[in-house]
Design a protein around this ligand. Structure first.
Ligand SMILES: [Zn+2]
Length: 280
């Protein structure tokens, strides 16, 4: 599933491509009611595109908003206008002056009111990529929760935008076992965790992929870092830090990857400042 960096990057790119234009909105698949948005010419003025966690909101004139959640299989395809005819599975096509965006296979693509948008975002925890994020809500929940920190990081109502890759990598960089209860995680470490997540997600937005490693001696640009070298434990057989075996188990229905040597069970002993220094 795409993580928050993909969604924020899509918001940025789509705003640049289509923002301020009268966009032709259609649903070649027919499962999205584009007609409620558009005028007689089939167009609607796109004012803004906003990301919140894994949710995207396309704000059109007259306070009509298209809410998109990609889910596991949703994908955007970006083409130059005029684009070739869409595939029949295209849920929504946004056709601008220079670029056309096709959306295929999302979990959600619906027209919502500002009140419904507010209700969706009210259910979400703070988004580390948003300027208006309030991490104190995340800190307070972690401090009182017996839930494993590895599960809290995946709970979009506590912190949103983090998915399986960032979860595994953040816990590894901080030396934390995924099963450590939230309330046993030192507050300074939780704050360092937030800062680390902000840095990693921002980097993901810029690089359009997840790379949590650094210091690689590369003969080629970072964009070419092979997938196996882009993480420390996620989808690796051996830990990139200590070469130990990476263990995997199911935590709340999702596989979590960690290194038992680098991430022993128990409160982390290293101080938060040195942990934060591991950030990108
Ligand atoms: Zn290790």
């Amino acid at each position: 599933m795409p993580e928050g960096h993909t969604i924020h990057r899509a918001a940025r790119d789509h705003l640049r491509d289509l923002g301020g234009q009268r966009v032709v909105v259609t649903s070649p698949q027919g499962r999205f009611d584009a007609d409620v948005l558009v005028d007689a010419s089939g167009r609607a003025h796109l004012q803004h595109v906003e990301a919140y966690g894994k949710h995207l909101f396309y704000v059109f004139e007259s306070e009509r908003i298209v809410h998109v959640h990609l889910g596991l299989f949703g994908k955007f395809y970006r083409r130059r206008s005029p684009a070739s005819p869409p595939r029949s599975s295209t849920r929504m096509r946004l056709e601008g002056e220079a670029m056309t965006i096709d959306l295929v296979g999302p979990t959600a693509c619906d027209v919502v009111t500002p009140e419904q948008m507010q209700a969706i975002t009210a259910r979400l925890g703070p988004d580390p990529l948003r300027a208006d994020a309030k991490p104190r809500r995340f800190y307070a929940y972690v401090a009182r929760s017996k839930t494993p920190i590895g599960a809290i990081l995946m709970d979009q109502s506590r912190i949103c935008g983090v998915g399986n890759v960032y979860r595994a990598e953040v816990l590894h960089l901080l030396g934390i076992h995924p099963d450590l209860p939230g309330s046993s995680t030192p507050p300074a470490t939780v704050r360092a965790m937030w800062r680390l997540i902000v840095g990693l997600l921002r980097r993901g937005v810029e690089e359009k992929r997840i790379v949590t490693t650094r210091g690689l001696v590369l003969a080629k640009p970072r964009e070419r870092v092979p997938r196996s070298d882009s993480t420390h434990v996620y989808r690796r057989r051996t830990c990139r830090t200590c070469q130990g075996v990476v263990l995997t188990y199911i935590l709340r229905a999702r596989a979590v990857h960690y290194c038992s040597t680098c991430q022993p069970l128990g409160a982390p002993s290293e101080d938060a400042d040195s942990a934060a220094a591991l950030g990108p």
